[in-house]
Design a protein around this ligand. Structure first.
Ligand SMILES: NC(=O)C1=CN([C@@H]2O[C@H](COP(=O)(O)OP(=O)(O)OC[C@H]3O[C@@H](n4cnc5c(N)ncnc54)[C@H](O)[C@@H]3O)[C@@H](O)[C@H]2O)C=CC1
Ligand SMILES: O=C(O)C(=O)COP(=O)(O)O
Length: 475
């Protein structure tokens, strides 16, 4: 088992023979002249064993670990010949796919290169920690937005008419055999209002908020909205009559319905309890708050005070320890994205995103890594990707490492986002016969100060990943 740099050095010294197969413990290195297709370097075997059980590790396939019920239509995007998809356990997983499972660091084996959330909100994933570990986290923007928008519209109707109370009443009457006798008399208790002509305030005009704005306007509502980070893409889809305001309080003031559609972000400058006492003090006494975003965005105690004191309503898609049985609250079991269509779309997008990242190194829809579009890699090239801390000097040392091994960089891309930098380097392989040179350079790069991990993409599943863990080189 190669678990330290010294051992690796020894391994490298013992493996300098070209065009042979050499074995060191469980690590097999096969070298071949040309073409590079067919080159096999089994990075990982034996070494990642340090971190888990290898019994379910299949050579030559990407291992995908799933949490939650993920749509089979989405999972079918992983071709069986190259991917092994398992739920719950996959000790040597290359990638994780999940929905709302609260991901712990312990759920993430050291072998994991990427995580995809089949959905929008990534607050169930320790994104900051994953960034430190050099792991991109992806989501599926817009894939489940229509499903949520439809439930927001439903929530608006549930909040405007006493539908839930009426349904419960009919069950009680039915159980007593009194439904026919009492229905016309009792219905007076369950009267409501229409939404046409009323004002809807939308906080957050992203995928869900902008769709809701369009449909609410089509239902005859006046719509106003607040979103300091409005994208051009969303702005173009907003109804032209929508009034954009410059604060949450300006949005909620005078609104009959308020829909919050923003991400939940913990900590300083975040959105925890953003609908609190101050904002609620600007609500109309009979306002209906629709929360299909996250429970933690609303201060339950302040909301209880509001509901106790007037004829307002709260319709939420999330558990609430204080309001779950309040007579003016309707609490749903997080059903926003639970439609066949949304589940299929989100899982498919997540699977495609993971495949693209694993197979080409390209990054799209990451919440912590920079978008990186790449040209196709010709078969004669080997592609290195490097994840490093965004610190001065790292890039020069990385390119130096290639030069010192006599490797010619054909194309190089360096993108950064916050504290992380992502490099993609396509290397000319025409003058190189042995893959050991790539392993050597990979070790050099990995040990550069600030480098977290590197991958070599040959077109072979699951090979060529190296990581610097606590100053040690692991393959
Ligand atoms: N109930 C459910 O099953 C689902 C819930 N969601 C929740 O809905 C949220 C929104 O989803 P999408 O619309 O798809 O996301 P999105 O990213 O397309 O839109 C979010 C919008 O909120 C804006 N925003 C952020 N902070 C804000 C603030 N403080 N005030 C006003 N606007 C702010 C952003 O600029 C962005 O335009 C997700 O983050 C998730 O928490 C999403 C999907 C399903
Ligand atoms: O996409 C989101 O943010 C959601 O809340 C959907 O969650 P789910 O996939 O239904 O567990």
């Amino acid at each position: 088992m190669i678990s330290s740099r010294a051992a690796l050095d020894k391994f490298m010294r013992s493996s300098t023979v070209r065009a042979t197969t050499s074995r060191f413990n469980n690590v097999v290195v096969r070298t071949k002249s040309t073409p590079v297709q067919g080159v096999q370097v089994e990075h990982g075997r034996g070494v990642w064993k340090t971190y888990g059980d290898l019994s379910n590790y299949k050579q030559g396939k990407y291992q995908i670990k799933t949490f939650n019920k993920i749509s089979p239509i989405g999972l079918a995007r992983f071709p069986e010949e190259d991917y092994d998809v398992r739920s719950g356990e996959a000790a040597n997983a290359h990638a994780i796919l999940l929905r709302s499972h609260k991901l712990q660091e312990e759920d993430v084996p050291k072998t994991v290169r990427a995580i995809a959330r089949c959905g929008a909100g990534t607050n169930n994933i320790p994104v900051a920690r994953m960034t430190e570990l050099g792991i991109p986290v992806f989501n599926t923007p817009g894939a489940n937005a229509n499903a949520v928008k439809e439930l927001v519209l439903c929530g608006m109707l549930l909040g405007s008419r006493k539908i839930v109370d009426g349904v419960n009443h009919m069950k009680e009457l039915g159980a007593q055999g009194l439904a026919r006798e009492r229905v016309e008399k009792d219905k007076a208790t369950f009267g409501g209002q229409e939404i046409m002509g009323k004002t809807l305030a939308i906080i957050g005009l992203g995928h869900i908020g902008s769709m809701t704005a369009r449909d609410a306007q089509a239902l005859g509502m006046t719509v106003k909205g607040y979103d300091p980070g409005l994208t051009v893409q969303s702005a173009l889809t907003l109804p032209k009559d929508l009034e954009l305001v410059d604060s949450i309080t300006a949005a909620v003031a005078g609104a009959d319905y308020i829909s919050i559609n923003i991400p939940y972000i913990k900590g300083e400058g975040g959105t925890h309890g953003i609908i609190g006492k101050e904002v609620i003090s600007h609500f109309s006494p009979n306002a209906v708050l629709l929360n299909f975003a996250r429970g933690e965005l609303v201060d339950s105690a302040a909301m209880k005070e509001f509901l106790d004191g007037g004829d307002g309503r709260y319709v939420s898609d999330f558990p609430d320890d204080l309001l779950w049985d309040h007579q003016n609250a309707i609490i749903l079991p997080h059903l926003g994205a639970s439609t066949e269509e949304a589940e299929d779309a989100a899982a498919s997008m997540a699977a495609d995103t993971i495949r693209t990242y694993l197979e080409t190194g390209e990054i799209k829809n990451s919440v912590n890594f920079p978008d990186t579009s790449l040209d196709e890699r010709p078969d004669t090239n080997v592609r290195f990707t490097v994840v490093n801390k965004n610190v001065p000097g790292a890039l020069a040392k990385i390119t130096e490492a290639f030069a010192s091994e006599g490797l010619n960089i054909l194309q190089q891309i360096n993108h950064s986002r916050g504290e992380i930098a992502y490099n993609v380097l396509d290397i000319d392989t025409t003058k190189h016969e042995g893959v050991l040179e790539f392993k050597n350079v990979q070790e050099k790069i990995t040990m550069v100060d600030g480098v977290i991990s590197t991958r070599v993409i040959y077109g072979q599943p699951g090979q060529g990943y190296a990581k610097n863990i606590d100053g040690e080189y692991f393959i």
